[in-house]
Design a protein. Sequence first.
Lengths: 220, 220
Amino acid sequence: MSGHVVVLSGGLDSTVCMALAAAAGGTAPLALTFDYGQRHRTELDRAAGVAGHYAAEHLVVHFDATAWGGSSLTDRSRPVPLGGTEGGIPSTYVPARNSIFLAVALGVAEARELDDVWIGVNAIDYSGYPDCRPAFVDAFRAVAATGQRRGVEGNPVAIRAPLIERTKAEIVALGRSYRAPLELTWSCYAGGERPCGACDACLLRARGFAEAGVADPALG
Amino acid sequence: MSGHVVVLSGGLDSTVCMALAAAAGGTAPLALTFDYGQRHRTELDRAAGVAGHYAAEHLVVHFDATAWGGSSLTDRSRPVPLGGTEGGIPSTYVPARNSIFLAVALGVAEARELDDVWIGVNAIDYSGYPDCRPAFVDAFRAVAATGQRRGVEGNPVAIRAPLIERTKAEIVALGRSYRAPLELTWSCYAGGERPCGACDACLLRARGFAEAGVADPALG
């Protein structure tokens, strides 16, 4: 048996990750999406669309991160910064978000007897979130090795972060070569009906498509 | 400012942990409880009672671990084993439970600007869960150091596991000396209205009180 859990937000990176996992063989990846009270709820519908594209089981886990806040993505009283990176870690950082995502993903993988967890974190063209960097992913691999039955048995759930050292342009190119449904994806943080074009996520995405020399199929 | 997050299940160990955190100074600890679909839902009321005893804010985070299962505590079709330890990791093991708890706790601590997270894990008189052992807690400390803004800034959220190498009898004695409200606690996994006396959690608890030479105030 071979199978994969993919942490799928419905954004560009996680959708390319889904394409890579689907191409890695085994059963259709299980797509794992989190409804945590994020401002940009459109991504939940996009994730469902991407999961449908791959005929994947789509597990949506709900938890309410607005109960503790600490981020402009979960606290509606804080504006999402527009117009470029602020320097340092921006206010859109959600405390421990990828830790929560990976912890649940490890639990799902073990319960469902799936081999590995794929996550589309990227530490090159990114917003500076600490939980997108290789040191963080390595720390979580140690969690899988020490904190789970599978780890103790010598067969830990693997964590795959195939995009972590790719540029955004490379991710766009990779997505195209693997026929990822990039037209279904959503990156904007601002919470509007169309991408704002000005938040960090929009700017990073636009630069990636521009550097890859292709039009963004999700626009226009 | 000094403040603490305590992962509080309403059981014996986490309640003693609450007492230790309350005695450590600062504001009243924030009690963090998880409603994850556990069979033994009585513990949620007990946790509320313990939080109330300490006049602590009680944050209950809901997520539905029955959606993926993998444990007799979250899958009603699997019986809770009775009559002593099975050898190895028992079926009551919930995949990645403490990883999820600690990940959320780290997020809450960072968002609320609290110093540390306390968790009552124990690797001596325990059921053999891998996520109760020192190596696991150390791995999660590396997650806090690498994956959070606070870690990057050189002031990671600390994870305190003061009971990890205590016997259950020592935990009972510690709870008594710190005036923890042990009479409010609940350990049984079986999901009945009274402790079953036969599941791992009941047996470990009974042995702890017996070895400490005191009656369990939650019984009778």
